[in-house]
Ligand binder design. Structure first.
Ligand SMILES: *Cc1c(COP(=O)(O)O)cnc(C)c1O
Length: 464
């Protein structure tokens, strides 16, 4: 299988190179040249499989012959054996045909573990075969950093550097990162905000000379392999509630459009999906595009669902590439204009987007109300991101005979503030993390200065 860039100018690559590359050289994102598709009969025949067995079926065509079958299977098995629930991604019923898909049973209690636990293993495997090393550099406002560090800590061929804004991530989130003490893991607390962190990562990718020959790899959701791993749980959830012979709908708390894009791909691959609901907080660019054809950057607002606080949803470009008939030049033009002005999609393209997605935006007050109401109705405690998903699901659900599944993207213990605001007791850390606040921490506080950060990275990478 070949991968092509959404801007049409970068060379076609195979999976292993896309895995290590991140962004394409023309500034675009890599997507498969053609999608594998499965018949209903074939999907139905997977009903008895374990999560790892199902993941192998879905992932294998994307990896193609870049990794041997036995190795791929082993890495997938190891990845999901590390989750703390036998079903890996269990469903919980909130009401008639209303479900949440719990994606927080991985090591860092958020759905990002599904992809990053696998990504670290895949990268390490490819690097070992090539006798190369790679430097992972990423910025985080919380969840991505801890999941990426957990995914890379055991890799022999990777060093990972994660920038977080000093004193601006929650204690649980910081400790999940800084208590990892392997010598290939480096946490940098930057004296700046999240945007400063992100800008440093971007500038460093654009000019990698400071690494003196080593290369940078990406772990954010521009990396295709992350999207790929997330397609799997749409299949597992559908099969668990009577699919594929019965359609299901999904509501997805969305920031960078990565997770919901995986759902769109599952549908293109043959899984019968009735509705895909994009659920956002007040950073609602996606809701504004889908509902009103207004693709403009708003001001970033800090909300009680910080993992969705984002002005620009990078992965939306992957969808636009499809609705614009895979015309790279059109996407290049659109994205160039979007840098400096607000843009509208062409009417026919906007119509396609509206047919594919419903959307709804939820503010902080409503988020707390939903947490409170759902707890009162069912005894179930939602994290704020998931609460936004549940609210959007209820608002957008057209046919109540079709199961509606909201993706529960994080465990409520990671975000206690809205839970307490809702008048509920703050949840307990799960057993495997009970000692988090006693663990030793290690991180470096650095000034908001690109050359200092780059010097720190260059002098700490392993070069053998
Ligand atoms: C990252 C994250 C999201 C948003 O996912 P995207 O793929 O960026 O849309 C939602 N909820 C939680 C808890 C997250 O960590």
């Amino acid at each position: 299988m070949n991968y092509i860039s959404t801007r049409g100018q970068a060379p076609k690559l195979k999976f292993a190179d896309v895995l290590l590359a991140g962004l394409a050289s023309d500034g675009g994102l890599y997507v498969p040249e053609t999608l594998p598709t499965f018949s209903k009969e074939e999907i139905a025949s997977w009903a008895g499989l374990s999560y790892a067995e199902l993941a192998f079926k879905v992932i294998k065509p994307f990896v193609d012959d870049c990794i041997g079958e036995a190795d791929l299977k082993r890495m997938i098995d190891e990845t999901y054996a590390g989750f703390n629930h036998s079903a890996v991604a269990p469903l919980k019923e909130l009401g008639t045909n209303e479900w949440v898909l719990e994606l927080f049973h991985g090591p860092t209690l958020a759905f990002k573990d599904f992809a990053l636990q696998l990504l670290g293993r895949l990268m390490d495997h490819v690097l070992a075969e090539r006798g190369e090393r790679l430097v992972i550099l990423g910025a985080t406002s919380g969840d991505t950093g801890s999941a990426a560090i957990e995914g890379c800590r055991h890799s022999d061929h990777l060093d990972i550097f994660i920038l977080h804004p000093y004193q601006r991530v929650s204690d649980v989130q910081r400790r999940q990162m800084t208590s990892i003490l392997e010598d290939n893991v480096f946490n940098i607390a930057l004296e700046g905000n999240f945007d400063d962190c992100q800008q440093m990562v971007k500038d460093s990718f654009a000019d990698q000379g400071f690494l003196k020959g080593l290369k940078l790899g990406a772990v954010n959701s521009i990396n295709w392999a992350r999207i790929m791993a997330q397609i799997v749980y749409y299949f597992s959830a559908s099969l668990a509630v009577g699919g594929p012979h019965r359609p299901v709908s999904f509501s997805v708390p969305t920031g960078n459009f990565g997770d919901i894009f995986a759902g769109y791909l599952a549908k293109q691959m043959g899984l019968p999906i009735e509705q895909l609901v994009v659920a956002t907080n007040r950073n609602d660019i996606l809701h504004r595009v889908i509902s009103g054809n207004d693709m403009s950057k708003g001001d970033l607002v800090h909300t009680l669902s910080p993992s969705m606080d984002i002005m620009v949803s990078s992965n939306f470009e992957r969808l636009l590439f499809d609705v614009y008939g895979r015309d790279g030049a059109a996407i290049d033009d659109l994205m160039a204009r979007f840098k400096t002005e607000s843009v509208q999609l062409d009417p026919a393209q906007w119509e396609q987007v509206r047919e594919l997605f419903d959307s709804y935006a939820v503010n902080d007050d409503t988020t707390c109300e939903v947490i409170k109401d759902v707890h009162a109705e069912t005894g179930y405690l939602l994290d704020p991101h998931t609460a936004i998903g549940v609210k959007a699901a209820r608002e957008c659900w057209r046919d109540k005979s079709v199961p509606m599944i909201t993706l529960a993207t994080a465990h409520p213990v990671k975000f206690p503030e809205p839970v307490v605001k809702a008048g509920l007791e703050s949840p307990q850390l799960p057993a495997h993390m009970a000692d988090l606040f006693e663990r030793e921490e290690r991180y470096e506080v650095l000034a908001n200065d690109l050359s200092q950060v780059q010097e720190f990275v260059a002098s700490h990478v392993h070069r053998d």
